[in-house]
Design a protein. Sequence first.
Length: 413
Amino acid sequence: MLATLWIILLSSTFGKCLDNGLAKTPPMGWLSWERFRCNTDCVNDPDNCISEQLFQTMTDIVVADGYASVGYEYINIDDCWLEKHRSHDGKLVADRKRFPNGIKALSDYIHSRGLKFGIYEDYGNYTCAGYPGIIGYEEKDALQFADWNVDYVKLDGCYALPYDMDHGYSTFGRLLNSTGKSMVYSCSWPVYQIYAGIQPNYSAIQTHCNLWRNYDDIQDSWASVENIIDYYGNNQDVIAPNAGPGHWNDPDMLIIGNFGLSYEQAKTQFAIWSILAAPLLMSVDLRTIRPQFKHILQNRKIIAVDQDPLGIQGRRIYKHKGIEIWSRPIGPLYQNFYSYAIAFVNRRTDGTPSDISVTLKELGLINFSGYRVEDLYENVDYGVLYPNTKIKVKVNPSGVVMLKGEVQYPVDL
Ligand code: GLA
């Protein structure tokens, strides 16, 4: 009988899900990949190569320029931080020239500034850029990350077998958990399976990961952002229900402030990412970002939509002739009536703003006591509007108008 009890106990520990208490709202921070890629040439390009100096500089700016005070907290390394080979005793070693003080020193630096530290690895034999992967070293690497006081692990899926991922990603999540150090766990599990023609098991994925990539890498172009927006809209019935506090879909980094997006397009990316309850990971050179883009990234009202504690991912509720309406239920609630964030997106290219007219009722805002409606980019307050009120917004080409409708209580309450 004791043996049976032991087996039951063992299997319940083994079957335990991630449940690390982290990422109750989507993680916010800075991630190197989209902007700085795998630039390892610190000799010719010392200011832009993947090095401890780059991460220290970004840490300083996140704190000094107000990003930390609106919620950005993780400073995350992506690929290309490693030596090409492990140490003789099988440990991961950061590139000795580019990280001369080692990862623990960088982690300490970031923590000493009040921020959190993220790292990148890959479930396969190699990372996507060809550095050592974790396979065969899972336990050692999980312990190493804990030892370095890592707060966030992005685990990529290059050079791995997509069929093995159900096992591999869940095992590594457990290993991270059992180090005793809580680490946000970002998985690329579904995207590699989808590419291999496998239907991802999202209920397993959301049990084991705090966030996961569903689709292509973002690139520095509006076409790429549009592609991602379409993917999340077209597949929302499968994808959206998997999001919630502690577990999020990840449409990839924010490219706001780089070279490929206009001001309007940057506003659209930020609005849609907040509707999608997406992680807000900036990948931009914060040393040179123009003020107008910084302003978008620091829009507290839109960040509050993204970080809404109910954690319900929004949806595309209308799409016709280049006009889209996206809507996300948020707090506060009155009885079972939600408040809403609504994004009106103009995907048309015929150079003049498009008018969109719609009643609140048509948007699903049907509470008789009405909604206090405000514009989240323009700081215009429309006052309390009712289900039959028709609103009209003017949306610039490839731009967005973002409103919030806060549910009202009956006055006699
Ligand atoms: C993959 C990931 C990217 C990035 C690169 C690094 O393509 O999807 O986000 O991490 O690998 O090589």
